[in-house]
Design a binder for this molecule. Structure first.
Ligand SMILES: [Zn+2]
Length: 136
């Protein structure tokens, strides 16, 4: 299934701050052309899905079934936060588990930059990475 990615052009620089064009970065994951090879890559693609908006299906598909929220793809894809930058602080992977620590910068209604700091946990099932939960 290829979602209709209408909020970003293929040639734009990817919101995950890789410096690469969207089409050859998170775009190919969002379009279902390939799966994330590492938890860090999945983390980046989930951030950019939130930043772009309209990609609730992708966010649900990459969320571990045990912790996946009971919300619709429309709700998850709603662009209600102005994400402006992702900063990966640490990423480590051991077997089928991984942890990625990051700071996601966003702009509040007053224009002030705020930082969401999180350590996300990931699990690999049958070769595919899933977001599990936040370790704080
Ligand atoms: Zn990207």
């Amino acid at each position: 299934m290829t979602p209709d990615i209408k909020n970003i052009a293929k040639n734009e620089i990817c919101p995950c701050d890789s410096g690469k064009r969207y089409s050859i970065c998170c775009g190919s994951l969002h379009a279902g052309k390939e799966f994330a090879r590492t938890a860090k890559q999945l983390m980046r693609s989930r951030y950019s899905a939130f930043a772009i908006g309209g990609l609730g299906d992708y966010l649900l598909q990459t969320w571990h079934p045990d912790t996946r929220p009971a919300v619709s793809a429309e709700q998850l894809g709603a662009k209600d936060t102005d994400w402006i930058r992702l900063e990966i602080l640490d990423a480590n992977q051991s077997g089928v588990t991984a942890m990625v620590e990051f700071k996601a910068h966003w702009r509040d209604e007053t224009g002030r930059v705020q930082i969401h700091h999180e350590r996300s946990r990931f699990l690999r099932i049958k070769g595919r990475w899933f977001y599990l939960d936040t370790a704080g």
